[in-house]
Design a protein around this ligand. Sequence first.
Ligand code: PGA
Length: 252
Amino acid sequence: MAAARRPLVAGNWKMNGLKGSIAELDKVMAAAADYTGKVELMVCPPSTLVAQFAARAQGSPIAIGAQDCHAEAAGAFTGDLSAEMLKDAGAVAVIVGHSERRTYHKETDAEVRAKALAAWRAGLMAIVCVGETKDERVAGKTLEVVGRQVEGSLPDGTTPANLVIAYEPVWAIGTGLTPTTADVAEAHGFIRAEVAKRFGQAVADGVRIQYGGSVKPSNAKELMSVSDVDGALVGGASLKADDFLGIASAYL
Ligand code: PGA
C-alpha cells in the first residue's frame, strides 16, 4: 500500500525567520515543479509570516502550515492564536504536540488532541508529533511512550486526509543524532500497527508517518527509504532552501 501514500516533506522553521526570509520560500517555489507528483512540500514559518508566505505560495504546489494553535476558536487567551486564525491567514495545516511545546509549554496528550480537533474544526490538517526522550529510549520504553502518545494525542475520526503523524525522537531533534534505520522502522511499524488497531487497516495504510530529528540532505535518502517512513518533518535544515530541497530530493 506504500505507493498510495504521497510523502510529505515539511519544514518547521520554529522561531526563525523575518520578512526577508521569503527569499528562501521563493527558491523552494522556483524548484517545486521538479517535485510535483513525487513528494508534497510544506513550509511552516513562524505565525508572523504565515499570511505573507501563504499569499506568495498561492497557486504553487507549496503548502503553508503553522507550528501550533490554541484549542479554542476565540477568546481571552493573550498571545495565542486559534486554528481559525491560521486558516484565515492561509495555512492548510498546523503542527501540534511538537516536543518543544510538550517540554517548554508542558502540553499533555489531552491538550494535543484538543488542538488536533481544533485544527479539523477550522479545516486544517493536523501534523501530530510524538517521540521518546533519551532517558525513555535508554530505559527501553520507546514503544510504550510512543504508543501512549499516539493513543492520547490522536482524536477519534483520524483519517489519512486530516492527520499526519510525525515520529520525532526528542534526543534526535537538533542534535545531529539519528536513530538507526532499524530503530526507525520499528517505531514507524509500531505506530502504523497502533493506528490500525484503533482506526482500521484502511486508515493505517493511508496515514502518513513522517520521521523527524536531524534530517539533512546527507542522511535523507537512507531515512526516507525506511519502510513506513512517508516523508520528513525538518527543523534546522529547512531554513535554507537548498538543504530543504536536498532532503526532498530523496524522492526524485
Ligand atoms: P531538526 O528538528 O531537524 O532541527 O532536528 C526537527 C523538528 O523539531 O521538527
